[in-house]
Design a protein around this ligand. Structure first.
Ligand SMILES: [Zn+2]
Length: 55
């Protein structure tokens, strides 16, 4: 790996880190019980996915 020869400026460093923030996690609501569930995952509370009981 290359080693940086010079320090980057504070503004350059901060501009690079401007993309580092985490996005808030998205979730869907279960159609059966209304609980918050991860998208594309069966509901942890009632086990339903796409209107059918899976678990
Ligand atoms: Zn549910």
């Amino acid at each position: 790996m290359g080693v940086p020869k010079k320090h980057k400026t504070r503004s350059g460093r901060n501009q690079r880190r401007s993309h580092h923030a985490l996005k808030k996690t998205s979730f869907a609501t279960c159609k059966n019980c209304g609980a918050a569930v991860m998208p594309h995952m069966p509901c942890k509370a009632c086990g339903y996915y796409k209107g059918r009981k899976i678990v």
